[in-house]
Design a protein around this ligand. Structure first.
Ligand code: PEP
Ligand code: MN
Length: 336
């Protein structure tokens, strides 16, 4: 249930509504819009909406029938803007995250960081804990990897995003990363989502391999409901009958999500297609379709990569794409 306060309602009016919500064993989440304060009353207990309508300063009470509430545009009309190291996602801004699939050694991550910074990238990606299909594949360097990416990023003034796979790893990410990624395979790891809802760093929430948009938004709702409002949704392709590409990149998810939610949505065409020659067209298409950012795999030597080399761009290819995106973004009314 959402309580929309009248324009000019006093702080006392707002506090009173919050107190009332809490007295009904629900949690109040306040969203300060441009003209109205909106208060979400989230929880399982029954409340009669008419009880709110009687309170001073209340304009209207909206029952939200969708299962997600805090991520909904009804709760917050304006886009959420997330800014990390000067890179902006949402509210008309397209942000870039780029780097290798995984951190392999000091020389590789340092060279990737140098290249990314030289092209103007502000956020580097790189996995230290890798969710691999085979237990015999490279599993990542763990904490050592996080130390290496942090050191390389600091040298070139970059922010770090890396994938957290389980609750016990969160303290390491608090120490070494600026943003935490929840991978597709963990999108519905609800205990992990609940813990991430308590931290103070943005979360990149990838869409699950077979997740519907509703399930994806519900996963985001877990993070917002615990208090962390900084969630970036990442479309990374879904599993369909089509096998010509690694996954089927669902670009339609962009306008669908933009209508339903205020959260930024970025696209990862590297995992979405699995092939580097498809990454440029799908990146351009994603921006044209209104996404708020991209996450791209780029490797200094893709043919030697320990993971996902075939979908990693060569540095020069990335640079060319970056320049094209700079031209395209303003055409669709975005800054990049
Ligand atoms: C990744 O970004 O390295 C990754 C494993 O992605 P996904 O969870 O989308 O498969
Ligand atoms: Mn990868």
């Amino acid at each position: 249930m959402i309580v929309v306060m009248r324009h000019g309602a006093s702080k006392e009016n707002v506090d009173n509504v919050i107190k009332f919500i809490e007295s009904k064993n629900r949690v109040a989440h306040v969203s300060q819009g441009e003209s109205h304060t909106i208060i979400g009353a989230v929880g399982e207990s029954d409340i009669d909406p008419r009880e709110f309508e009687l309170l001073d300063g209340v304009k209207e009470v909206v029952k939200i029938s969708s299962s997600y509430k805090l991520v909904s545009r009804i709760f917050q009309h304006e886009d959420t803007l997330i800014e990390v190291n000067g890179e902006k996602f949402g509210a008309g801004h397209v942000g870039m995250i780029a780097g290798p699939c995984t951190i392999e050694n000091e020389e590789q991550i340092e060279e990737c960081a140098r290249l990314m910074a030289s092209y103007g990238v502000k956020i580097i990606r790189g996995g230290a804990f890798k969710p691999r299909t085979s237990p015999y594949s490279f599993q990542g360097l763990g904490e050592e990897g996080l130390k290496l990416i942090r050191r390389a990023a600091d040298k070139y003034n970059l922010a770090v995003v890396s994938e957290v796979m389980e609750i016990g790893q969160i303290p390491l990410f608090e120490k070494y990363a600026d943003m935490l990624q929840v991978g597709a395979r963990n999108m519905q790891n609800f205990n992990l989502l609940k813990e991430l809802s308590k931290i103070n760093k943005p979360i990149v929430l990838k869409r699950g391999l077979s997740a519907t948009i509703n399930e994806w938004l519900m996963a985001a709702e877990y993070i917002l409901s615990g208090g962390n409002r900084d969630v970036i949704l990442c479309e990374r392709g879904i599993r369909t009958f089509e096998v010509a590409t690694r996954n089927t990149l669902d670009l339609c998810a962009i306008p669908v999500v933009k209508k339903l939610s205020h959260l930024p949505i970025i696209v990862d065409p590297s995992h979405g297609t699995g092939l580097r020659d498809k990454v440029e067209p799908m990146s351009l298409a994603s921006v044209a379709a209104g996404c708020d950012g991209l996450m791209l795999e780029v490797h200094n030597k893709p043919e030697c990569a320990l993971c996902d080399g075939a979908q990693s761009l060569y540095p020069e290819q990335f640079n060319e794409l970056y320049k094209k995106l700079k031209v395209l973004a303003p055409v669709v009314g975005k800054t990049f």
